[in-house]
Design a protein around this ligand. Sequence first.
Ligand SMILES: NC(=O)c1ccc[n+]([C@@H]2O[C@H](COP(=O)([O-])OP(=O)(O)OC[C@H]3O[C@@H](n4cnc5c(N)ncnc54)[C@H](OP(=O)(O)O)[C@@H]3O)[C@@H](O)[C@H]2O)c1
Length: 527
Amino acid sequence: MIKITMSEENYLEELLTCRLDLKKRAVEPCTIVIFGASGDLTGRKLVPALYHLFCEKQLPEPFRIIGFARRPKSDEQWRNELLADLKKFSKYKDLDFSRWPVFAQRVGYCQGDFGDAQSYENLRQRLMTSESEKWTRNLVFYLAVSPSQFLEVTESLNTTGLLKKEDVPGSWQRVVVEKPFGRDLVSARNLNLDLSRFTQEKQLYRIDHYLGKETVQNILMFRFSNFIFEPLWNRNLIDNVQITVSEDLGVGGRGGYYEEAGALRDMVQNHLLQVLALVAMEPPVSLEAESVRDEKVKLLKSIRPPVVTENYICAVRGQYIEGESNGQHIPAYRQEPRINLQSNIETFVALRLFIDNWRWANVPFYLRTGKRLPRSASEVRIGFRATPNVLFAAQCGPHLDTNSLTLRLQPNEGIALHFNGKVPGTSTEIRPVRMNFDYESEYGAYTPEAYERLLLEIMAGDSTLFIRRDEVETAWGIVDPLLQAWAGKPLEKNEFYAAGTWGPSAADDLLQQRGHKWRMPHGIGDK
Ligand SMILES: NC(=O)c1ccc[n+]([C@@H]2O[C@H](COP(=O)([O-])OP(=O)(O)OC[C@H]3O[C@@H](n4cnc5c(N)ncnc54)[C@H](OP(=O)(O)O)[C@@H]3O)[C@@H](O)[C@H]2O)c1
C-alpha cells in the first residue's frame, strides 16, 4: 500500500484546487475617498477591511485613503480615531498592529460639507497635489452616507470635474453606494435616473454586503461546480425552500434609520432576495459579471409579486414587544431609543413567494427575517419531497423526516445533508442524521470579511458582486405591493411577538396552509 505523507496530501489538494483568480483583473493603484469618514460604517467595517487587506499585501501599490466629513479634525486625529475603531471592531484576534504606522501614512482627512462647493474644490486640490500621479488617475468615491445624500455628492463630484461620465483612457472613477438604494420602486427608479446623469452604469457599484460573504458566493460554486445536485434542483424533487435571516439583537443605536426602513426594506428587498436569486437562478452562460447578473434579474422577474387580500395571506409582519432572551429582560421595540411610541414599523417579516418558471412552478419559497428572535442565524434550507407512502414511510407516517440540505451562511458556516438512518441496536428505529461540511474545520478559521472582498472587486473593476440597475428595480417591484398594503395600517394585536420568540404565530400558519413548518436554524434542536 502506498503511504501518503501529510505534505504529499496537501500537495494533492493543491493540485485539485482550481485558481479562478488567475484570470481576474488585478487591483489598480488608486485613491479611495470615503464620504462619511466619521460614520459608523467607516470605523466598523471599511477601514478595518482596508487595513486587513493592507496587512495581507492585497491592496494595490500605491494606494491612499482620503476621508471626507463635516467635523473639523486633523489627519492625525482621524487616524487615531480609526485605530481605536480597528482595535474595537476588527474580527481578527491576532491582527498585526505593527503595520499600522505605515498604513496610517496613506490616510488623510478632508473636512467639508456635502452642500458646499468650496469643500469639493478643497478635496480636488488635495487629491491632485500628491506625490504619485498614479494616485490621482484612478479614484474610488465611497459614499458611506445617508441615501438622501447620494445624489448631492455625486453631482458635486461631477461639477468639480473629479467624476467624469465619459471614458478617459488610462484612468477611471468609480462610485460606490451603500444600501438602501431607494425606499420603493419609484424612488429607486428616480435615483437611478438621477445618478445616470453623472455616471455610466459600469462606474456605479451598488453594495449589498451579503454578496461579499464567502458562504453566499459559495452558493454559486456549490450549484454549478458539482454535478450531483443539478438533477435534484427543481420542482420534481424539491418540495419547499426556506430562507431565514434572523437576528437576536434589536435596533441598537440605529433606531432613527430603522424607523424609516423596517424589516422589509432593510433585509428582504436586498439580502433575502439576493440569496433567493442565487439559490434559484439558472446557470449563467459564463462567469462574467453581466452573465451572472442577467440570470439573477431573470429569476427576480419570474417571482410572482405578492398579492395581499383579506382571504389570501402570503406575507406576515410583526413587531416585538418586551420579552426575554438568554435570561435577560428585553424592552419592546417601541421602548428602544429614537423609536416612536406608536411606531407601526415591522421588525419581522415572513413571506411565501412563488417563482413562475419551468424549474420552480408551484414550489413555495419561504423567507423570514426579524429582530429579537431567539438567535442570529442565516441559512437556506432546501426541503426535498417526502418518500412514497410505503415501507418505512407507511409505518412512521409524518414522523419520518423528509430529506433536506442546509446551506449555513452564518454562523457555523457550512453545508449539511439531512437524511434518515437506522439507530444501531436490536430494535428498528429510524432517526434523522446529518452529513456535515464545516468551513472552519475544512479550511481553518480565516474567512475574509465581506467588505474586504467587495473593496478588492471595486479596485479591480469587477461588478459581479454588485447590484445592477435593473436588478435593484426588479427587487423593489417584488416588495412594493407589501409596502403599499402595510403603509399607514396600524399593527393589529396578533402582529406583535414577544422578544426572544420566532415571530407572530401567523408566520407558522403561513407554512401550515401548505402542510409545511419552519425548520429551526442549525444548532437549535438541529431539526
Ligand atoms: N452602519 C452600518 O452598519 C451600515 C450597514 C449597512 C449600510 N449602511 C449604510 O451606510 C451609509 C452610512 O451609514 P452610517 O451608519 O455609517 O452613517 P452615520 O454613522 O450616520 O455617518 C454619517 C457620516 O456622514 C457624514 N455627514 C453627514 N452629513 C454630512 C454633510 N452634510 N457633509 C459632510 N458630511 C456629512 C457624517 O459626518 P460628521 O460626523 O462629521 O457629521 C458621518 O461621517 C448609509 O447609507 C447606511 O444606510 C450602514
